[in-house]
Design a protein around this ligand. Structure first.
Ligand code: SAM
Length: 213
């Protein structure tokens, strides 16, 4: 996702260390201290402007959520929303999701969401896809035993690559949807910004998969 540079973003980030961290390795094993109460932690890697994770945090006060986003001007948009409407169960992390093992201890995370990850269509860039085997290995390390990934995309190529990559890694497919919106009601599916924008052009694919124990 390309976004216009937001000159106000670094200042806003610096002003709210209680809501956002840029040094997540310092919180490794201590994330519960960032929330109002200790509860299962779920993370989203590549949260974009946060529509999905904000709505999840509102609908599930019994879960603590962490949004991980690499772009300053993008995570600052989530932060601005959070400053306007604080949520005790949502924390922001401005960092590269590739390094999750540096940010979280083994077993610290209950569930991981990947929504409309960048497809990196050129095969020489496949290592950058968030479902590449090195990413899956990192997710497995921080997730609880039998931890799950929920993955949504509108990109057929990334969907097929992810199915193969997860299968080769030994993940168990709980459910796979080839056209999510044809079968779920809006109440059963929290939409992301990309999903809202692109679902009119074609199907949304979804995978729920469990890591082997
Ligand atoms: N999930 C949102 C949605 O569905 O509307 C945003 C989708 S956007 C196509 C992908 C997002 O992932 C971008 O905001 C990008 O900056 C972020 N991203 C890509 N690679 C990342 C990484 N390694 N770590 C954290 N965020 C990443």
């Amino acid at each position: 996702m390309r976004v216009r540079n937001k000159p106000w973003a670094p200042k806003l980030i610096n002003a709210h260390p209680e809501l956002i961290t840029e040094t997540p390795a310092d919180l490794r094993g201590k994330w519960q201290t960032r929330f109002a109460k200790p509860q299962p932690i779920q993370i989203e890697v590549g949260s974009g402007k946060g529509q999905f994770i904000i709505e999840m945090a509102k609908q599930h006060p019994e879960i603590n959520y962490i949004a991980i986003e690499i772009q300053t001007s993008v995570i600052a948009v989530i932060l601005r929303k959070l400053v306007e409407e604080p949520l005790p169960n949502l924390q922001l992390c401005h960092a590269d999701g590739q390094a999750v093992t540096a940010f979280f201890e083994p077993n610290e995370i209950d569930r991981l969401y990947l929504n409309f990850s960048d497809p990196w269509p050129k095969s020489r860039h496949e290592k950058r896809r968030l479902t590449y085997k090195s990413f899956l290995a990192a997710y497995q390390e921080v997730l609880k035993p039998a931890g799950q990934i929920e993955f949504k995309t509108d990109n057929r190529g990334l969907f097929e690559f992810s199915l193969t990559s997860m299968n080769n890694f030994g993940l168990h497919f709980e459910q796979v949807w080839l056209d999510l919106h044809a079968v779920v009601t809006p109440e059963e599916n929290v939409e992301t910004e990309y999903e809202q924008k692109f679902s009119i052009h074609g199907p949304i694919y979804k995978i729920i998969a469990t890591f082997p124990t």
